[in-house]
Design a protein around this ligand. Sequence first.
Ligand code: GLA
Length: 386
Amino acid sequence: MDLKSKAVSLFRSSFGAEPAVVTRAPGRIEFIGNHTDYNAGTVLGAAIDRGITIAARLRTDGAFAFVSDNGAPTTTVRGRPLTPQQGGAAWVNYPLGVVVALEGRGMPAVAGLEMAVVSDLPPGAGLSSSAAFELSTALALCALQEFTLSREEVVKAGREAENKFVGVPCGILDQGVSGFGKKDSLVHIDCRGPVFSLVPMPAGVRFWIFNTHKKHALVDSLYATRHKECMDAARLLKPSKPGAQWLADFSPAEFAAAAAALPAAAAKRAKHVIEEIARVDAMGQALKSGNLAEAGRLLFASHESSRTLFENSTPELDFLVATLRGVPGVYGSRLTGGGFGGAVMAMTDASFDATAAARVADAYAAKFTDRPDVLACATADGAAVV
Ligand code: GLA
């Protein structure tokens, strides 16, 4: 059954009625630009052919009821103001946060909601199931409430839900790519605007995800720590360049000249971010000229910088990237997303197939005992009513 039929059937069996709208939003691969987004840098990502589909309708009794196919407990929230839920109910903070963010943008108050959620995105793989949930919710609410909002604002509302309601200080990458994705393209985001544009993907390129299923228990607080380290580093660097505010305001050369002002850890984080932004620019050039060998080199360089400078990799992710480096048909590979566990992505040509991918998984299993999930991903269009 396709995801739309699944969502409609879950809605019917849960709420005994037909949904009024069905929407879908994709997950994303962070192609290159690791932890650059909240530093006002640039980043490239791709929406993928996996995502979250929701079926929804309004109700009038003040209740917000959510059901999911992923084993999360069916959850009903009543009463205003909407406040973040705890424990097993915390999964509904994504849609609740979107309700609050859209109402803050002038959408008429929602008097109640029923929603069925289905997904073919593995959670915890760094493929942004949360952004897909936020974007599919936002489009559903806009349709149900007949509220018109630009795509930029829909994307910003998704990020606001995550920042303010869920409490993760993420940048605009995940929501931006889920909102602006296009088949056969990468989404380029200049996060300062933010300004979204599309970069054509050279023909014949394939993406693979190797999901380790292992994530650091403190992943959210580690992300917040890195965020703070970057803000502190920018503050300490500012005096060296008039008008500078963000790490993205420094070129690698300007940073090198001013780095002595930073404590050792802050200097490593800042160096990663500033050089990663330069790699995003170099990637744009490499893709434009069809130089996939150079594109692959940049992916490996990004991972190496995550491993040694930003310190958001893990032995499992490092092993996968090192293994993929020697395999014919692999252009490049790196951890994708926030890090501290999750998944690596690989960019390959068509000669790298499921058998080659299984060999990489075998090598991993021989070392770490469990097997990573292997997903072949195609690029896909962004969030939409379906
Ligand atoms: C997570 C966040 C993004 C971005 C990446 C790291 O995916 O949600 O905003 O910061 O980590 O690049």
